[in-house]
Design a protein around this ligand. Sequence first.
Ligand SMILES: *[C@@H]1O[C@H](CO)[C@@H](O)[C@H](O)[C@H]1NC(C)=O
Length: 207
Amino acid sequence: MKTDRAVLFLTDIFGVQFVNNRLLADNFARAGYFVAAPDLFKADPVGINQLSDPTFSFADWNSKHPQVVIDGIIDSIISALQSQFGSKKIAAAGYCFGGKFVTRHLAPGNGLDVGFTAHPSNVLDAEYQAVANPLSIAFGDLDTANPPAARASAESILRASNIAFQTSLYSNAEHGFAVRTNLSDPQKKFAQESAYYQAVRFFDTWM
Ligand SMILES: *[C@@H]1O[C@H](CO)[C@@H](O)[C@H](O)[C@H]1NC(C)=O
């Protein structure tokens, strides 16, 4: 197995336990990359139907998985890819929750050579500003986590940063579309498949 070009797969809140995430990670392997898909939540992902459960508190779950811990997991995986597996180039693909951490680790010295994110959650302007390597973003036009003003702001920051970047906007695509959507709807199916090809094409170009 070739390990020189690796993809770090950073999941949404449903974690590597959710089969859609594992299938998506497998697709990057099929495209020729060595894929690491860490369990960011230490066997405590949000269950696929839990968000609609009135007894479930997202805030409580979130507080059990602080940013400093997630950053530490990602740092340790990047080090392992470099030192144990000899990976020379490392990309990250991050979805929703994982998207923020793609931007964080594209800052200088934070280990990533290129990144892709679909419908990222809670990315700060400062995190976009610190991105120092190529970044591709897939947005959905129904994603309330990335409304037009937030997309425009991200784009203007990336434009000013003098890095290679790409953004795309998919019609009829809601938050989460790149991982889980209604594949019977032709626009949503197009959005999900295109987001994957967008990532692979971007990695193939910049790694
Ligand atoms: C999925 O999309 C199809 C085609 O647009 C639609 O008929 C169906 O109701 C949708 N399913 C759900 C669960 O929304």
